[in-house]
Design a protein around this ligand. Sequence first.
Ligand code: ADP
Ligand code: MG
Length: 182
Amino acid sequence: MIATQSLERIVVTRDPAQTRALAAALAAAARPGDLISLIGDLGAGKTQFAKGFGAGLGITDTIVSPSFVLMAEYRGRLPLFHVDLYRLADAAEALAGGLIDERQAEGVTIVEWAERLADAMPAERLDVLIDGAGDDPRRITIRPGEAGYARYLERVPAVVEKADPRVIRVTRAPEPTPEAGR
Ligand code: ADP
Ligand code: MG
């Protein structure tokens, strides 16, 4: 019998450095072709998450919000394609703008305001939902849209330390306990 897996993990971060550190830890699970949707209100911390994820991929360039271009590309262990759909009127416009192209198969695509694509967003993805605003803590839900993305859950640190993502030390979450009666 296969042990049941929890379908999502929730992490609370108390400042932007913790959000970046969480994202940097998750980046260790990244594989070519991955798609990550960042969902949360303006100022929730989506760009902070993208910055940390990029640092975790070894990107040394500064990641900024690509508000005036559809997609920005960065070079790291894997290429990172950072998309921001904030200014888009609708999904059709995004797709017409070439949101998904072949180059992305080689890297990780991280999409802010992914919910604007609705059903046009492939189901095979990792959802990162960020709740909270201002100086309040953020409640960050890591939710695989499909079993292949469950590997990200294994990288969620048990304790998110306030640290520069490049020198992050994370405490690994305990291994899931085997089901009784296995
Ligand atoms: P978004 O891309 O979702 O619009 P940003 O990442 O650009 O949001 O901005 C998030 C803002 O919230 C930043 O000013 C950041 O300093 C602040 N902030 C405060 N606490 C947190 C936290 N725990 N995680 C992320 N950002 C936080
Ligand atoms: Mg942003």
